[in-house]
Structure formats: structure tokens, C-alpha cells
Ligand binder design. Structure first.
Ligand SMILES: [Zn+2]
Length: 234
């Protein structure tokens, strides 16, 4: 075990342990990675190992070509999806994938999540995109890698900046989220699950609920993130 990756392993381990703690996945359904930009490697959950058996040592360090740089276990089966996102979306420090039920419900319904309220607007002024289904050619070519490419293509097609809304729904599958570090990406996974739940409840009460008016969306986004932000403590 290389000592240079100790803190990266620790970061990935702690973020992965937050997945069950926040109720975002059962069994082995989910994975978090932590990126080290200086070394161009990321530490990710090992494949098929339940959360209660994870340790910092069990994390697998992988480079951006998908080669294991350090570790004895096989990395998560979703490793190539993480790799594509780190390569194509510059500035990511961590990525989380879960099968949290409310976010999965939107992904299965193949619906982008509109900005129904200020909880959503506090985290981004735009809808959470849902990708189209992957083609059978792409699935057969390299499924996990193509999942990453599908996310990147969807953002390009919609002219979206991945730093404006740090989350996506992959059609028929589930959510991927990212952030400035691994913990931040798990935070976004928890936020996404919550706003997906609120969205479903909203549509149950009123199936034709419109988006929040643009001026309220802007207000909430700007008071937290804009030039004159005044939310929280200095
Ligand atoms: Zn999955």
C-alpha cells in the first residue's frame, strides 16, 4: 500500500460510509470516488464489498486510463463511468452514484426534475437533467464507459455547465452526482434524493405544477451563491 495515497483512501472511505448513513443505498448499491488532481488518480469503493466491511485500505486507487495504481481488490464496476466524468468535466473532486429510490423513480420515468421549489433552487437554478436511454450498440460496446459518455453528451446537447447543477439522472438507472470533493458529491446525492421525493409528492397533489417562477429561482440561487450572497455565516 503506497503511503502517498493514504489521505485519498481515507477521504473515499469516509464518503462511502456516508451512503448507508444517509439512507442512500442498501447492500452494495452505490459507490463514491475521491479525485487527486495533482496525481490524476481517484480512490473508489471496491466492487461488491458491503459497507460494513469497508476500510480505508480496501479502497482501490485507479488512474485516468482505468489502471489500478494501488490496491489489492477489484474497483467498483462503475469505475469507468467515474473515469469519463473526471476526464471530461474538469474540476471535479468527487463523484457519487447511488440507487436511492426517489431519484431512481425519476430516472426510470425518464423525466428531468423541474425546479418546483426553493429547496431545489438553493442548489441550482436549473432542472436536473435526465439522459435518454443508451443505445444497444453503446451497451454492448462498453456499458460503464458509455454511461459516462451519455452523461457528458447530455450536458453538451443541453448546453449545460456541470458546475451549475452537479447532478444527473441516467435513464432507467439512477443518479450520479459530483462536487468539490467526495463528501460534497455525497451531499449532492442526498440533496437530489430529497428534491426528487418532494417533486413526486408535489405532482401527487397537483399533477400540473409549474416550475417556480424564474425571479424566485434567481433570488434563492443568488442569496446563497451570487456576488452579494448573505446566506449562512461569514
Ligand atoms: Zn448503478
Amino acid at each position: 500500500m503506497k503511503s502517498e495515497f493514504l489521505s485519498l483512501r481515507q477521504e473515499a472511505f469516509e464518503a462511502n460510509m456516508e451512503i448507508p448513513q444517509r439512507g442512500l443505498a442498501i447492500y452494495t448499491w452505490g459507490n463514491v470516488s475521491a479525485f487527486d488532481a495533482a496525481r490524476s488518480v481517484f480512490a473508489i469503493k471496491p466492487s461488491g464489498v458491503p459497507y460494513d466491511r469497508l476500510t480505508p485500505e480496501s479502497m482501490v486507487v485507479v488512474d485516468l486510463d482505468g489502471k489500478v495504481a494501488d490496491g489489492t481488490l477489484r474497483p467498483s464496476s462503475d469505475t469507468k463511468t467515474h473515469l469519463v466524468l473526471y476526464r471530461e468535466f474538469s474540476g471535479l473532486g468527487g463523484i457519487t452514484h447511488t440507487h436511492s429510490p426517489y431519484a431512481v423513480a425519476w430516472a426510470q420515468a425518464r423525466k428531468s426534475l423541474p425546479v418546483f421549489g426553493t429547496t431545489h433552487a438553493d442548489h441550482g437554478a436549473e432542472s436536473v437533467l435526465c439522459t435518454p436511454f443508451m443505445s444497444s450498440e453503446a451497451v454492448n460496446r462498453d456499458y460503464e464507459l458509455e454511461t459516462g459518455s451519455l452523461i457528458v453528451e447530455t450536458f453538451k446537447k443541453e448546453n449545460r455547465n456541470p458546475h451549475d447543477m452537479e447532478m444527473v439522472l441516467v435513464a432507467g438507472h439512477g443518479p450520479f452526482t459530483w462536487g468539490k470533493d467526495a463528501a460534497d458529491s455525497v451531499y449532492h446525492a442526498a440533496v437530489l434524493e430529497e428534491i426528487c421525493k418532494m417533486g413526486i409528492l408535489t405532482l401527487q397533489l397537483e399533477p400540473h405544477t409549474p416550475q417556480l417562477p424564474e425571479y424566485i429561482i434567481r433570488k434563492h440561487w443568488e442569496r446563497k451563491h451570487g456576488a452579494g450572497a448573505y446566506y449562512g455565516q461569514k
